[in-house]
Structure formats: structure tokens, C-alpha cells
Design a protein around this ligand. Sequence first.
Ligand code: SAM
Length: 196
Amino acid sequence: MPPIEEAQAINAQRIAELRVTLADLPLDHPQLTLEIGCGHGHYLAAYAEKNPAEHSIAIDIIKERLEKAARKTDRAGVTNVSWLRASAEHFFEALPSEVRFNGRIFILFPDPWPKRKHGKNRLIKPDFLHALATFTRTGTELCFRTDHDPYFAEALAVVSDHPEWNVTPDAEWPFEQRTVFEARADSHQSWIARRA
Ligand SMILES: C[S@@+](CC[C@H](N)C(=O)[O-])C[C@H]1O[C@@H](n2cnc3c(N)ncnc32)[C@H](O)[C@@H]1O
């Protein structure tokens, strides 16, 4: 099989498997929160424990980090969180169309792709914000944090220009819990945008 077709077949298989996994999650929960790129899960584990009325879903592409996160919440008896191995792109492809996140959406210290030629790999792009908006109820907060100044500026410009999100400079950061990458950073900046 030619490489492009092979890659397409692998992606289709992953999305199909993800649909099966998603069918077991409480996606009709009245308060659904999402973290994209949760890493070792420190943030969402603490957030879920403090917000028992919400169900939190955390996605990441690295299996070992998710397994570590799941062990932590299992030990603590925190049951209102689901750890899912998925890229953001596959997640939105696989998600049933009726799902709406209406708790909060967190993107914390996403990969900054610091080299100019890799900038296209950054998560915050107009198409990504549109996919996210499609699954988000009006008023829901998208909370973004990074220690990488150029990515902060670029992401803020992209979200400020986007018709489906309104940046809210006065909004308070909803919950503090150091992540692994936050602990490694000298400083960070954040913005919050609400679904229009
Ligand atoms: C720099 S780490 C930050 C992890 C965590 N949020 C923290 O602050 O410690 C970025 C994480 O995003 C994950 N990631 C990268 N691209 C992703 C994608 N397309 N979809 C989901 N997760 C992704 C990586 O596997 C990694 O764990």
C-alpha cells in the first residue's frame, strides 16, 4: 500500500477504536470539562477532585503519562475523570456530534514548536478553534496557559480574531494547580476566551 494510503488507513482505524472507547464515557453528563494535552494529569486530577459535580475528560497522545495519571486518581478514589489516549484531531473526528462541553476547556503548556518551520504544528489555529467551538456551549471558558512568549502572542492573536470565541481579559483563572511543565518554567502567561 502507498505510504499516504497506509497512513490514512491507520488514522481511520484509530478513529474507529476511539469511537468505541468514547461510547463508554458519560458524554451526556450535564457538566463536561475537557483538558487537551494533559501530560501527567496533575492539573485535571486535582481539578476533578475539587469539582465533583463535573465530569472531566483528559486527552493526550502519550500512553505512559495517561497511565500514571489514571493510577493517581484510582488511588485517590477520584471517579469523575476519564483519561483518554487520543490526539485532539482524532478526538474531534470521533466525538459524537451531539456532545457539548460546558464545564471548562484547558490547554496548559501545549508543545510550543519553537522553530519557525514547525510553527504549523501548534494546536491553536483557526480550524482547531472552530472544531472546539462546535463541541462547546455558549459561555464556556477556554483557558490557555504557556511559558513560551511567542506562542502566547500568536495564540492570543488567533483567538482574538476568531468569530466563535471572545477573549475575556478580566476573567479570573478558575483553578490553580502546578503542572509538570509549569514547575519547569520560570514564568507563564494565560488567557481565557468564552464561546460566543
Ligand atoms: C509540553 S506537554 C504539557 C503537559 C501538561 N499540560 C503540563 O503542563 O505538564 C504537552 C502535552 O501535549 C501532548 N500533545 C501534543 N500534541 C497533542 C495533540 N495533538 N493532541 C493531544 N495531546 C497532545 C503531549 O503528549 C504532551 O503530553
